[in-house]
Write a protein that binds this ligand. Structure first.
Ligand code: PLP
Length: 404
């Protein structure tokens, strides 16, 4: 008897934790030290969880041993609602908030509750690949709209419009963006929302990096720019609050919910089927949103994240034939490799060779549903000196791929 994976998985891919990881594991087992620059996990790079959050979770632990309401505990949902009420969405109530085991679980539930076989969801390219994977798993088709590198990775509005069909149900907006670091100016965001409005699309706004902003970048909450649209906003504690391992996130429903009554019943049913999110981690939310665990000292001039972003961007651009748009938010850089200079045809192979030779693990651009093998994503989380040396090694390694 042979057990095979479901055919539903045949088109699903998730390369951030893809097959290259097994090679990295084997290298470590053999005693090598691997610089893992593949997942945006702040804890791995010395970013500690804020003490106030830990103290609150520890204090509440004795009360966190039972199942909670499927949507999550009331004080946390109240804190999330208040957070958005103060940010241009005064109508948000506790019933509009669903807590989850990270944004990932909620993305999966939100897409599954909506998508019929053959339905299309507009997803950016490059994307955070979970959106494409869960759409495919739900039987839908992720249709990728191009983000324009020449325009600082802003979504190409003409391309978006051209890709909307009768089957398009929803638009995914990832802002600030993973992997590009783009932060969308208000007018551009409004133009995207206008397309959603004209074609009556549900908006999924993934805003998990909403607080990780550099220079003069300002984050605009999509839902607040389009209160007339049904919008699901996703965020959580994995990034700005440095507790990715707790698995704590939320989604907030805004807009004319009466047009989404049936959908929301489906979402509520899926929330009940997973019983409830992990209870102790829910107790982190109130402390996080009510407290002063600011990311600001890390992103202001002189702050660690800002300095690392600067170093990564500068060192990448110093490599001949490599160019990188300056990230304005989030925790990544997404440099371009000029294929006129370097002979790379399979970027997964390139990334694997880099791992085997230099013991540095990055993620290939095609893993983000980017159509050509000419990009990779690197974290800006390591200390500046580690980034400087890693990128120097990547540059020297790349030299071996020079076109003859
Ligand atoms: N959305 C984006 C854009 C991300 O980059 C990530 C994680 O890297 C997630 C969602 C998932 O976050 P969580 O840890 O809350 O599941």
């Amino acid at each position: 008897m042979e057990f095979r994976q479901s055919s539903k998985l045949s088109e699903v891919c998730y390369e951030i934790r893809g097959p290259v990881i097994e090679h990295a594991d084997r290298l470590e087992e053999a005693g090598h030290s691997v610089l893992r620059l593949n997942t945006g996990n702040p804890a791995l790079f010395g970013f500690e969880a804020p003490t106030e959050i830990l103290q609150d979770v520890i204090r509440m632990l004795p009360q966190a041993h039972g199942y909670t309401d499927s949507r999550g505990i009331l004080p946390a949902r109240r804190a999330v609602a208040a957070h958005y009420q103060e940010r241009g969405l005064p109508e948000v109530g506790v019933d509009d908030v669903f807590l989850g085991n990270g944004v990932s679980e909620l993305v999966s539930m939100a897409v599954q509750a909506l998508v019929e076989d053959g339905d299309e969801v507009l997803v950016p390219a490059p994307d955070f690949p979970l959106w494409t994977a869960v759409t495919t798993l739900a039987g839908g088709r992720a249709v990728h709209y191009v983000c324009d590198e020449e325009a600082g990775w802003l979504p190409d509005l003409d391309d978006m419009a051209a890709k909307i069909t009768d089957r398009t149900k929803a638009m995914v907006i990832i802002n600030p963006n993973n992997p590009t670091g783009a932060v969308y100016p208000r007018e551009h965001l409004r133009a995207m929302l206008d397309l959603a409005r004209r074609h009556q699309l549900l908006v999924f706004a993934d805003e998990i990096y909403d607080k990780i902003l550099y220079d003069d970048a300002v984050h605009h909450i999509a839902a607040a720019e389009a209160p007339d649209l049904v919008c699901l906003t996703f965020s959580g504690l994995s990034k700005a609050y440095r507790i990715a391992g707790f698995r704590s996130g939320w989604l907030v429903v805004t807009g004319p919910r009466q047009h989404a009554k049936d959908y929301l019943e489906g979402l509520t049913m899926l929330a009940s089927m997973r019983l409830c999110p992990n209870a102790p981690a829910q107790y982190a939310i109130q402390a996080a949103l009510g407290g002063r665990q600011s990311i600001e000292e890390l992103v202001l001039p002189g702050g660690r994240l800002r300095e690392q972003r600067d170093v990564a961007w500068r060192k990448l651009n110093e490599i001949p034939g490599v160019s990188c748009v300056k990230p304005r938010g989030a925790l990544y850089a997404f440099p371009r490799i000029d294929l006129g200079v370097y002979d790379i045809r399979d970027d997964e192979r390139f990334v694997l060779d880099l791992l085997l030779r230099e013991k540095i693990q990055v993620v290939q651009g095609t893993g983000f549903n980017w159509p050509r093998p000419d990009h990779f994503r690197i974290l800006t989380l390591p200390h500046a000196s580690d980034l400087e040396s890693a990128i120097g090694r990547i540059g020297r390694f790349l030299a071996g791929y020079r076109q003859s």
